[in-house]
Design a protein around this ligand. Structure first.
Ligand code: HDE
Length: 755
């Protein structure tokens, strides 16, 4: 089976050499490693063999493997050359006139090496600089031919390769993953009618309505220009100055200050196309459409205190999580849903569907599931794929079209434009990760870094010398939807755009009490970082228009008294159709209820009850969770039964915030050792404070107690997130697994925290 795998995915078949197996890292001088003999030992994604899961992943490689094959390079077993292919005899020393003499200018090998190195960096994205990508596929459930001619939706079960990049917005390329921020959710569909990029976010609305304000927004949120601070944070004066003067931002602020701004994982967040797009069918009929991605694992978030600590313990938290899940064969999956409606329906809504600060509540137009996306292969090279991928909202295919959303209009320009400086010229579509699978034929020629070698002397149209080719596709090609227009040129916005608060209130009213409390705490934190009191007050006066309760709670948290609501931009406020919408709460997307890929720390040390440890470990592993043995230090320990085992992680290198739950060990000796270790106490405290499930076996109840983690809730009832058992029997393990499947136990939460 291993041989078959290797034959099916020939590229990088020898990547195992990187891992030093069978002396590959240290081949004798001049010898070549027999790379074929190493195939099968790989833990890398392309062979879909995973040492972590111990078994081959269920699904095969993504179809995008194929077009990229021609450019995959692997040096295993090869001799070192220059970029011109000249074999290099010695790679240690520069060429000198005598051992202590000057280096020589003619050393083209040294100069090539340094010159290339000097130019290895390209500009980072102006926004969304920090991102993580993965390959996969989209599978259409049923043909949508009746409403769109877009290639991915033409047949039942049709598979289209995709490359997805998730990102934060504010921070630099090397910034932390767990900042409070919007997350990018960009999907490139390599369809057989060209590339379609659905460049969305994990939040369905945006800060501004018109592209004219985008540079202002970004200048306000980015690190302040005089001192370059803060990094990966919106909690500073210029951001809140701007948004408090832009009431249209208020709805988006509600989402960003909610738990959606600090997702647990890219794999556990929704994605949205944000703008209203058009579906167009073969007959040229159009309907409006909004796109929604919903994760199979449900939507889950971090808590702020945890997010802050994770950013220190593992700034790559989300990147690692995505990478490891795919390597383990736990392929992240989302369902694509659409809201489809007509222009006539849209005209009757109390809001404008061209306004990107508004959603279409699901109560007005339900979300219909149309397919699923599975990410099943990690990139081979971060730079070549994740960094060089260029998403552009202008990349649409026949069957998908734009609306007149004035924010979208700016994006159609901006994304292609920005690649010119980021990727160095107009041929970025030829970079392998960006190249469509569909053939490309046109009369565009030349430019920096041209890869294609065009034959013939015809690069114009009409022509007779080239037989008229490439010819126009006519009705088979992209035909812009002929939306009738009668208008005057002017700068302004439609009247419905002037209503800014109805949906902010809708969002707030649709949250659970816990989520509401988190929103208030997030505003409190962010505004507490603002140094100019007038900005705080102005923001509170905007919040007064959302909810007086919310505004008052935030004001109290900042020591500010009563605040007047900001004046509205509209005299007659339209009545919203919907006052509460369940889908807006994260709790309404629990996912499949399982605990797959949840990271659980099993605290260990000398004298631990090995049988109990093994039972819990096996049960968690069996349910798809990722148990990890965490000791006071990494390395060997001996169980009570005298068995030697290894701690995979330590309290120091993987502290509590990196885990979804903890199991405290049975065994007097180990419990006493942990009680005496401040880091273990802190570990348990943080699990408790972050409302995570805790399983305490036998003697370890004393550790719970030492950390002040009470198994009783403030109202005297039992905390369902804390399971105590003399030994790990079926009932207690089931109770713990159930507690873990509920993600967090908010019943326990108080502000300020008691522990
Ligand atoms: Fe972007 N945005 N954006 N944006 N955006 C970029 O393109 C821009 C907007 C989004 O993983 C840039 O290639 C303008 C909304 C994502 O590579 C740039 C406007 C939404 C990504 C750009 C917006 C997004 C970007 C920077 C308002 C959600 C990362 C580098 C008119 C629907 C894609 C680049 C990736 C990236 C411009 C607003 C999502 C400069 C002008 C609304 C996910 O072109």
């Amino acid at each position: 089976e291993v041989q078959a795998t290797a034959a099916a995915f020939p590229h990088n078949a020898n990547k195992a050499t990187e891992y030093g197996r069978e002396g590959a890292l240290d081949p004798p001088e001049g010898a070549h490693v027999d790379v074929q003999s190493l195939v099968g030992a790989s833990t890398l994604s392309e062979s879909q063999v995973s040492a972590k899961a111990g078994a081959r992943a269920a699904s095969g490689a993504s179809p995008t493997t194929e077009p990229l094959d021609r450019v995959r390079v692997d040096a295993g077993g090869e001799r070192l050359t220059t970029n011109q292919g000249v074999p290099v005899a010695q790679n240690q020393d520069s060429l000198k006139a005598g051992l202590r003499g000057p280096a020589l200018l003619k050393d083209f090998i040294l100069r090539e090496k340094l010159t290339h190195f000097d130019h290895e960096r390209i500009p980072e994205r102006i926004v969304h600089a920090r991102g993580s990508g993965a390959h996969g596929y989209f599978e259409c459930y049923r043909s949508l031919r009746k409403i769109t001619r877009a290639a991915p939706f033409q047949q039942d079960g049709k598979i289209t390769p995709v490359f997805v990049r998730f990102s934060t917005v504010q921070g630099a390329r090397g910034s932390k993953d767990t900042a409070r921020d919007v997350r990018g959710f960009a999907v490139k569909f390599y369809t057989d009618e060209g590339n379609w990029d659905l460049v969305g976010n994990n939040i369905p609305v945006f800060f501004i309505q018109d592209a004219m304000k985008f540079p202002d927004l970004v200048h306000a949120v980015k690190p302040e220009p005089h001192h370059g601070m803060p990094q990966a944070a919106s909690a500073h004066d210029t951001f809140w100055d701007f948004v408090s003067l832009m009431p249209e931002s208020t709805h988006m602020l509600m989402w960003v200050m909610s738990d959606r701004g600090i997702p647990r994982s890219f794999r556990m967040m929704q994605g949205f196309g944000v703008h209203t797009f058009r579906f167009v069918n073969e007959a040229g009929e159009s309907r409006l459409v909004k796109f929604h991605w919903t994760p199979r694992l449900g939507t889950h978030s971090l808590v702020w205190d945890e997010a802050v600590k994770i950013s220190g313990a593992d700034p790559d938290y989300h990147r690692r999580d995505l990478w490891e899940a795919i390597e383990a064969g736990e392929f992240p999956e989302w369902e694509l849903g659409v809201q489809v409606f007509t222009d006539e329906q849209a005209n009757k809504f109390s809001f404008d569907v061209l306004d990107a600060t508004k959603i279409v509540p699901e109560e007005l137009v339900p979300v219909e599931p149309i397919g699923r996306m599975v990410l099943n292969r990690n990139p081979d090279n971060f730079f070549a794929e994740t960094e060089q991928v260029a998403y552009c909202t202008a990349h649409v295919v026949p069957g998908i079209d734009f609306t007149n959303d004035p924010l979208l209009a700016g994006r159609i320009h901006s994304y292609v434009d920005t690649q010119l400086s980021r990727l160095g010229g107009p041929n970025f579509h030829e970079i392998p990760i960006n190249a469509p699978i569909a053939p490309v034929h046109n009369n565009q020629r030349d430019g920096m870094h041209r890869q294609a070698i065009h034959r013939g002397r015809v690069a114009y149209e009409p022509n007779s010398l080239g037989g008229g080719c490439p010819f126009q596709a006519g009705a088979a090609g992209f035909v812009a939807f002929p939306e009738p227009l009668r208008a005057e040129e002017l700068r302004g916005r439609p009247e419905k755009f002037a209503e800014h608060f109805n949906q902010a209130t809708l969002f707030y009213s649709s949250q659970s009490d816990t989520e509401k409390a988190h929103i208030a705490a997030a505003f409190r934190f962010e505004l507490s970082k603002v140094t100019v009191p007038a900005i705080r007050e102005r923001m509170l006066s905007q919040l007064m228009n959302v909810s007086a309760d919310l505004a008052t709670e935030v004001a109290n948290g900042l020591g500010i008294g009563e605040v007047e609501p900001a004046p509205l931009a509209i005299e007659r406020v339209p009545r919203p159709e919907v006052k509460e919408s369940g889908a807006l709460s994260l709790l309404s997307h629990p996912g499949d209820g399982g605990i797959r890929t949840r990271k659980v720390a099993l605290l260990v040390g000398d004298g631990v009850n090995g049988a109990a440890l093994a039972a819990v470990h096996a049960a968690l592993k069996g349910a798809g969770a990722m148990p990890r043995l965490v000791g006071q230090r990494v390395g060997p320990f001996t169980t009570r039964e005298g068995r030697a085992m290894e701690a995979e992680a330590s309290l120091e290198n993987e502290p509590g915030p990196l885990f979804d739950a903890v199991v405290l060990p049975e065994g007097e000796e180990v419990v006493q050792a942990l009680i005496g270790d401040g880091r273990a106490i802190e570990f348990v405290k943080e699990q408790y404070r972050h409302c995570k499930p805790i399983l305490a076996i036998g003697a370890s109840s004393a550790l719970l107690q030492a950390a002040g983690a009470s198994p009783e809730l403030p109202d005297g009832s039992e905390d369902p997130g804390i399971v105590q058992a003399d030994r790990p029997d079926d009932d207690s393990i089931a109770a713990f697994v159930d507690a873990l499947s509920h993600h967090r136990h908010w019943e326990r939460e108080t502000d300020p925290p008691g522990v």
